[in-house]
Design a binder for this molecule. Structure first.
Ligand code: NI
Length: 183
C-alpha cells in the first residue's frame, strides 16, 4: 500500500521518535508499505516520520544506482532502533534531496564514514561501518529519526535563498507526482 508522504512543516518530522519492539502491530506490512511508498516516489530512503509515525524505523534501497555502481545497487536495508556509534570528522559535500521536501536539492556536508548499530527486520542486532554514499544516505535517514532535515545542515545564505520555496511546501503549494500530507 502506498502511503502519503508527510512534507516539510508537518510537526511529526520534528517529533522525538521512540524505539519499537518486535510485537509492534503489523510491522512486516508497515515495512513493506514503506518500501512501496518509497519506490512509488522514486526515492532511495524513507524514515517512519515521513509517513507520520514517530518511531525509530527506516528503509533504504539503492537499487536505482546499480548501473552507476553495482556495489551501491545491492544495498538494501531495514534499520530498526538504530544508534549512531561513531561519525568521522572528515566530511564530504554532495547534493541531497528529500521526499518530504519536494523540488529542492542542496549541497550537504556529511561524515565520510559512520559506525551504526541497528536491528534488522528479524530483530537481529548488527553493528556496521559505512562510507561514502551509503554513509550519506544512512545519515540522512537517521537524521529523520532525530527530527532533523537536510535543510538544517545547509548554510544560512543558501537557506535564505530557498526560504520561499520551503514556505510554499508548508502551505501545500508544492507539486510532485506522489501523494503528500501537509501540516
Ligand atoms: Ni529525507
Amino acid at each position: 500500500m502506498i502511503l502519503p508522504i508527510y512534507t516539510y512543516g508537518h510537526p511529526v518530522l520534528r517529533k522525538p521518535t521512540e524505539n519499537i519492539s518486535s510485537d509492534y502491530p503489523e510491522l512486516p506490512s508497515l515495512i513493506k508499505n514503506m518500501f512501496d511508498t518509497m519506490y512509488h516516489a522514486d526515492g532511495i530512503g524513507l524514515a517512519a516520520p515521513q509517513i507520520g509515525l514517530a518511531i525509530r524505523l527506516l528503509v533504504i534501497d539503492l537499487a536505482p544506482l546499480k548501473e552507476d555502481d553495482p556495489d551501491l545497487g545491492t544495498f538494501k536495508v531495514v534499520m530498526i532502533n538504530p544508534t549512531m556509534l561513531e561519525m568521522s570528522e572528515e566530511e564530504e559535500e554532495a547534493s541531497e534531496g528529500c521526499l518530504s521536501i519536494p523540488g529542492i536539492s542542496e549541497k550537504v556536508k556529511r561524515s565520510e564514514w559512520i559506525k551504526i548499530k541497528y536491528l534488522d527486520e528479524q530483530f537481529n542486532e548488527h553493528t556496521e561501518e559505512f562510507e561514502g554514499f551509503k554513509a550519506r544516505v544512512v545519515q540522512h535517514e537517521y537524521d529523520h529519526l532525530e527530527g532533523s532535515l537536510f535543510t538544517d545542515h545547509i548554510n544560512p545564505l543558501r537557506r535564505q535563498l530557498i526560504k520561499s520555496r520551503l514556505t510554499n511546501i508548508v502551505k501545500g503549494k508544492a507539486t510532485c507526482d506522489y501523494k503528500i500530507k501537509t501540516a
